[in-house]
Design a protein around this ligand. Structure first.
Ligand code: NAI
Length: 481
């Protein structure tokens, strides 16, 4: 089947950037990204895109209205396209069977049903969303059960590996593109058709093809391995803080082993983002359903350590501030789950702030890209913390910059590794803070010795700072058990 028109259902963090790059690299193809959310589509058609990603603006502006379109007319785009990406959200189920672990596939299923209802010609349907193994089978069953005469469907798995904050670079120069399809001649023809789209800019050897189930599982496996590395180094950071080892030195030492590699070994306040936790839990649930409880327990620990790290960090803040933060002011720098994105989904900052708010702290928050409404919405996700509706607004102030956030505060907490936080005038910040002034570097981005020289008390994940004489040495006594 030759592809001339592409439809992408879901104009989110994946559908928007992915299809913008396809349109940019394939000027002869018409790419239409559709969504049921009219506000989101209006933003894609405006000067202020709904998501922040470096270079996304330029890519969108270069092809929007030429061969890239954003629309709410889902049916028309389905009718016209030969190839349809399903890039809708697959959140963790928050109800019923598998609650809290399984992926909720209701949006994927509704796309399949819509395609089956609307299509008047054969389609290649591409599962771009992250799904459990065998989801393609469910899509195929829905399509085939509703098929009209003369129409054929092929369902492919083409998981997306982009990382937010570097999405455009990742899409333009991917480590690999993965395509899974049926091992039949029709299946392989569809794999070739999708491969042809990517070959406009991706070298052929980077396009990996395999069976559908391997492809689906590879996405869950990749995210589980990445999350596991973060939890592993974070587990090490807890040992470092007690023993006097330095987690950055340990990471450097193990990262120079070529079998381990040096990426994704930075200790922090834990992973966030819409994917890691959701996908690991999805894998845990899959293992339980497959009667593999030991495997499920193994992967569950990756999420447990992440929760532990967040809680450990906020406990450390409370302990160091003389065991109480009630009515103290804490400046939080960074609210996005990582730098260079405005996305706050599952951001560790949410959990840390909520923990501090539970203890009655006032918090001043500054993030260069996250909007005030989003921060307040995220923090109000646990209404039981606040004894009255006004309490959130009483306790939380959203600030226009880091200096305003830090003024008159007891402590400064780095929650996101935005570059600008490493280059602030800490002398000025120190002079406007209450004393003793504390800095908690949850991302290991600051120059700790300079901060100590300025007079700050500095607390760092995975490292005990020796010049801080007020600290109690917690190394276990020799011979103790
Ligand atoms: P998102 O929530 O940003 O976007 C999903 C969009 O789909 C929303 O705008 C929603 O309105 C729309 N939608 C839902 N049902 C629809 C329907 N029936 N018809 C039309 N539109 C519909 O989600 P995001 O982050 O783009 O993720 C999409 C998928 O990609 C998920 O499965 C996710 O796990 C996966 N993924 C996400 C990555 C990320 O960094 N965000 C990276 C790799 C994969």
């Amino acid at each position: 089947m030759s592809v001339k028109k592409i439809c992408c259902i879901g104009a989110g963090y994946v559908g928007g950037p992915t299809c913008s790059v396809i349109a940019y690299k394939c000027p002869e193809l018409q790419v239409t990204v559709v969504d049921v959310n009219p506000q989101r589509i209006a933003q894609w058609n405006s000067d202020e895109l709904p998501i922040f990603e470096p270079s996304l603006d330029e890519v969108v502006k270069s092809c929007r209205g030429r061969n890239l379109f954003f629309s709410t007319d889902v049916d028309q785009a389905i009718l016209e396209a030969e190839l349809i990406f399903i890039s809708v959200n697959t959140p963790t189920k928050n109800y019923g069977l598998g609650k809290g672990r399984a992926a909720d596939l209701k949006f994927v299923e509704s796309c399949a049903r819509r395609i089956a209802e609307i299509a008047k010609s054969s389609k290649i349907v591409v599962e771009k969303s992250t799904v459990p193994v065998k989801a393609a089978e469910s899509i195929t069953n829905i399509l085939k059960a509703n098929v009209k005469p003369g129409i054929k469907y092929q369902v492919l798995s083409n998981p997306e590996f982009l990382a937010e904050g570097t999405a455009i670079g990742d899409l333009l120069n991917p480590d690999r593109v993965l395509i899974g399809g049926e091992q039949t001649s029709e299946g392989q023809e569809a794999v070739s058709a999708l491969g042809w789209v990517y070959q406009h800019w991706v070298p052929r050897e980077k396009i990996i093809t395999m069976n559908t189930w391997s492809s689906e599982l590879s996405k869950l496996a990749a995210n589980a391995f990445l999350a596991q590395r973060i939890s592993s180094i974070n587990a090490m950071s807890a040992i470092c803080e007690v023993t006097g080892a330095d987690v950055s030195e340990v990471a450097h030492a193990i990262g120079t082993d070529s079998r381990i590699g040096n990426k994704f070994l930075k200790a922090s306040i834990g992973f966030g983002g819409s994917c890691f936790q959701k996908d690991v839990l999805n894998l845990v649930y899959l293992c339980e359903c497959l009667n593999l409880p030991e495997v499920a327990a193994y992967w569950q620990k990756v999420v447990d350590i992440n929760d532990y790290q967040r809680r450990r960090f906020s406990n450390q803040i409370i302990q160091r501030l003389f065991n109480t933060v009630t009515s103290k002011t804490i400046a939080i720098l960074g609210f996005a789950f990582k730098k260079d994105t405005g996305d706050t989904r599952e951001s560790s900052a949410i959990y840390i702030c909520q923990h501090l708010l539970e203890e009655g702290a006032h918090i001043n928050i500054y993030d260069p890209k996250v909007k005030k409404e989003q921060i307040l919405k995220d923090l109000s996700s646990r209404p039981e913390i606040f004894d009255s509706p006004d309490r959130l607004n009483e306790l939380v102030t959203i600030c226009p910059d880091a200096y305003t956030a830090a003024a008159d505060s007891h402590a400064l907490v780095i929650c996101t590794e935005w570059d600008e936080f490493a280059n602030l005038d800490y002398k000025k910040i120190y002079s406007h803070m209450l004393k003793p002034a504390f800095v908690f570097d949850g991302r290991l981005i600051l120059d700790h010795n300079s901060l100590l020289d300025l007079g700050f008390h500095v607390e760092v994940i995975g490292k005990r700072l020796t010049r801080d004489i007020s600290r109690v040495v917690r190394t276990p006594a020799a011979g103790s058990t």
